[in-house]
Design a protein around this ligand. Structure first.
Ligand SMILES: Cc1cc2nc3c(=O)[nH]c(=O)nc-3n(C[C@H](O)[C@H](O)[C@H](O)COP(=O)(O)O)c2cc1C
Length: 390
């Protein structure tokens, strides 16, 4: 096979004992379709189609470590043993079709107790109470300046932090039982960990605030408890907001310092995103141009000698291949493009000249599509296709 015929996008990647079949990753995507934290048939079909479509690593959505770590009533969670079986069923399916199942554990911090995207993240009010759970008081490192009266916000004290770390540990152990093979800590997008990191949202004067190392303490403690509970042979990812926003206070230098510390603590891949914290600033978001986080992934990869994942408006096979060939990242994550085309991997395989692009799909599809391709090459079809072009 020539250089061109062996695209990097379709080369496997070994992380600890786990071999991803290719570099196409399904980025975490909240679905707001869970019932009391548990995934449903929606998730089996939603995630299952990406495994059938040929992705190497399939992340489910941000999954709350405790009920109050959800954003909405419909968010995913893994705070109870009863959730484990439902995730295992999905993971068994993903593995059966050659994909590696990943979980993103998270806590919404003070971005919780609200309605979902379709209702513009409005805060839940007492009238929205469900039988199991009233709108809850949210937690964070500090009460944000100029906070609205609802949802109520509580600054975490040392006991709350200790209890929270325990929840991360328990959810990690459940992730093992559920058969996940990759775990990502959600440290981005203005949720709890990012709220501790950014000086916009962390005004503490104790050991969890102040200078960069004080603000990183919570993120690093979460990483330590998770790494300790997550089997040594399985890879750990961490999603960062590489910058709060354009000209943000948390910047790429802070991210590089954080990534160094995460690597020392056993994080294998830094997943580079941005944004989520703005507070009362009018900081603009990072402009949404194709591959808008790739520069951050490259910088972290080279300055910290750690594997990185690039995400953000990567839609085209050649674009993805160029990112890998330029050694800007080791993995390519896609979200919205995969929603539109869950079989993106096999289309990418064709664009990049893989000798049998249908091999990326299950054989029951590949067999039929190869036949269709052969039929299209028949002389009579060549004639009619020429006529159509005239
Ligand atoms: C529907 C939807 C839900 C998302 N949910 C999450 C999430 O649960 N966790 C997360 O870290 N990012 C989440 N994201 C962000 C994506 O993972 C991704 O970083 C972002 O959409 C940029 O990639 P894209 O241009 O390929 O869509 C979500 C994005 C979408 C579109």
């Amino acid at each position: 096979m020539s250089e061109e015929k062996s695209p990097r996008l379709f080369s496997p990647l070994k992380l600890r004992s786990v071999e991803l079949r290719n570099r196409v990753v399904v980025s975490p995507m909240c679905q707001y379709m869970s019932v009391d934290g548990a995934p449903t048939d929606w998730h089996l079909v939603h995630l299952g189609k990406f495994a059938i479509g040929g992705a190497g690593l399939v992340f489910g959505e941000e999954t709350a470590i405790e009920p109050a770590g959800r954003k909405t009533y419909d968010c995913a969670g893994l705070w109870a043993d009863r959730h484990v079986r439902a995730y295992r069923r999905i993971n068994d399916f993903l593995k059966e079709h050659g994909a590696t199942p990943g979980i993103q554990l998270g806590h919404s911090g003070f971005r919780g107790s609200c309605h979902g995207a379709l209702r513009n993240w409005e805060a839940l009010t007492p009238e929205n109470t469900t039988s199991e759970c009233p709108p809850w008081t949210v937690i964070g490192p500090s009460v944000p300046r100029g906070a609205k009266p609802w949802p109520k916000i509580r600054e975490m004290d040392r006991d709350n932090i200790a209890a929270n770390l325990k929840r991360w540990r328990e959810a990690t152990l459940r992730s093992v039982d559920a058969g996940f093979q990759v775990l990502e800590i959600h440290g981005a997008h203005g949720y709890l960990i990012h709220e501790f990191l950014s000086p916009i949202t962390n005004h503490r004067t104790d050991a969890y605030g102040g200078d960069l190392y004080g603000r990183m303490r919570f993120a690093l403690e979460v990483t330590e408890v998770v790494r300790e509970a997550w089997p040594l042979e399985l890879p750990l990812f961490f999603r960062v907001s590489a910058v709060d926003g354009k000209g943000g206070v948390w910047n790429i230098e802070d991210t590089v310092a954080l990534a160094h510390e995460l690597k020392i603590r056993g994080v294998d891949v830094i997943d580079c995103s941005s944004g989520g914290v703005s507070g009362s600033t009018d900081m603009p978001i990072v402009p949404r141009v194709p591959g808008y986080h790739v520069d951050y992934a490259r910088e972290v990869k080279h300055r910290c000698s750690v594997a990185t994942m690039a995400v953000g408006l990567i839609t085209d096979a050649l674009q993805a291949e160029d990112i890998l060939r330029a050694q800007s990242a080791d993995l390519i994550a896609l979200a919205r493009e995969l929603m539109w085309n869950p079989h993106w991997a096999s289309h990418a395989a064709k664009s990049l000249g893989l000798s049998d692009p249908f091999s990326v799909l299950p054989e029951s599809y590949g067999f039929r599509l190869r036949r269709r391709e052969a039929e299209a090459q028949m002389p009579w079809n060549q004639v009619s296709s020429k006529r159509r072009q005239q």
